[in-house]
Design a protein around this ligand. Structure first.
Ligand SMILES: [Zn+2]
Length: 410
């Protein structure tokens, strides 16, 4: 597979070069069909490229075409020469693969569904199937190598889109505001919150140790590669942990709510504005964009909506009177409004402001009650908090801890 990837990378770079030359000579931009044909011609002329399946070679051309198209549309930079160690996936569009011997293996807890996959020109893989899918509707198979040596095979299945039925019922959906932050990853407007597990920060010591080991090895030696793989594994662990958490949170919220209101954060800008190194790292570690992507994916899947509202001054605005508290700093954990005296936990106030911006009218205010909640939220008991001392447990149900449900008392 590594050889195949190298060849595919070389083909990609050859196509890039050929297309540049063609443009300089004839001022002609090749279209998709021409690029695909060029890839096939190159494969015919050069025995090296014959290591690739013909459809895979054409897909390399398509990949280049898409990259160039994104550049033309102004959403990406000009396609560059790819480096072999960054070119890590092959796509089999329709043929060249065969799935066989689907079976159940293992017993009890270790029960798995296994199958055998044949990929033309590469060979056989034994797969562990994570999800049941209709084999007849698979439109492409992508095989992806991770820097740690792990291989994922992705089957793309086309299904009719889920019907939007929430609007037809006419029943007002339940809405939830979510404020994202560093100390608490997510504060929900119903008073619950999710502690920030800071996965990168927790693994940092280990990552640093491996990094030091790596720097002492001779470049490109066997031991250097070993250390490199270990480092990649550690980084992938952090990434997997995050995604697992985000998806679990997404499914939990999608069970209870129909509409999710998030702030439209400019994460990159935030990181650049971060004053201290620790703050920048924690912002990076919280991966707000990834969290938003995951939540949007889960909600869309269930025909529910995620709304992004302007993030401007969300934590400074008073939920009750709507005026801005200019003196609020990053360190203030409690929001106190100088105009009307409203006092509430800072993140909870922000999540309520988000809900308000999405057009939701809070019932307590509509009744005309004047709120005067205690300035501090009740502390969460250790055993109730999601992130206890024992790391790695994935109890999310117990996890999103209750903090007195943040009532607004008269
Ligand atoms: Zn106020």
């Amino acid at each position: 597979m590594k050889t195949q990837l190298e060849v595919a990378c070389k083909l990609y770079n050859t196509l890039l070069h050929a297309e540049q030359e063609e443009y300089e000579r004839n001022k002609h931009t090749m279209n998709k069909t021409e690029l695909r044909q060029l890839a096939l011609d190159l494969r015919k002329q050069n025995p090296e490229f014959q290591a690739l399946h013909s459809q895979v070679a054409q897909q390399v051309a398509e990949r280049f075409y898409e990259a160039r198209q994104r550049f033309f549309d102004g959403v990406a930079n000009k396609p560059k020469k790819k480096k072999p160690h960054r070119y890590l996936s092959l796509v089999y569009p329709q043929s060249g693969w065969k799935l066989s011997n689907t079976r159940d293996a293992g017993q009890g807890k270790n029960k798995k569904k296994k199958a055998r996959l044949y990929l033309s020109k590469i060979g056989f893989f034994t797969l562990i199937i994570h999800r049941v899918f209709p084999e007849s509707q698979v439109s492409q198979v992508c095989v992806k190598l991770y820097p740690s040596g792990r291989i994922h095979v992705i089957f793309l299945v086309e299904e009719p889109e889920t019907q939007e039925h929430s609007s037809e019922e006419g029943e007002p959906g339940k809405a939830l505001g979510v404020d994202l932050g560093i100390a608490r990853l997510a504060t929900l407007s119903d008073g619950r919150f999710l502690e920030n597990p800071k996965p990168l920060e927790r693994s940092l010591e280990r990552i640093r140790t491996i990094q030091r080991t790596l720097s002492r090895k001779r470049f490109l030696s066997k031991n250097w590669f070993k250390a490199k793989t270990r480092l990649a594994k550690q980084h992938e662990h952090v990434r997997d942990f995050r995604r697992d958490l985000f998806f679990k949170l997404g499914f939990l919220l999608a069970q209870e709510y129909d509409l999710l209101v998030l702030e439209d954060l400019d994460t990159e800008g935030l990181i650049q504005k971060g004053v201290t190194r620790t703050r920048r790292m924690r912002l990076y570690d919280s991966s707000f964009s990834e969290l938003r992507r995951c939540l949007e994916w889960v909600f869309q899947k269930q025909a529910k909506t995620v709304l992004a509202v302007s993030a401007c001054n969300t934590s400074r605005e008073c939920f009750l009177c709507g005026r801005i508290n200019q003196s609020l700093t990053l360190e203030d954990r409690v929001f106190h409004c100088p105009h009307c005296g409203f006092t509430l936990d800072r993140d909870l106030n922000a999540s309520l402001v988000l809900l308000k911006r999405a057009g939701w009218v809070p019932p307590a205010v509509a009744c005309g009650a004047s709120p005067n909640t205690s300035p501090t939220l009740p502390r969460v008991k250790k055993e109730e908090a999601w992130w206890g001392d024992e790391a790695g447990s994935s109890r999310l149900q117990a996890g999103v801890a209750h903090i007195g449900s943040g009532q607004i008392q008269p």
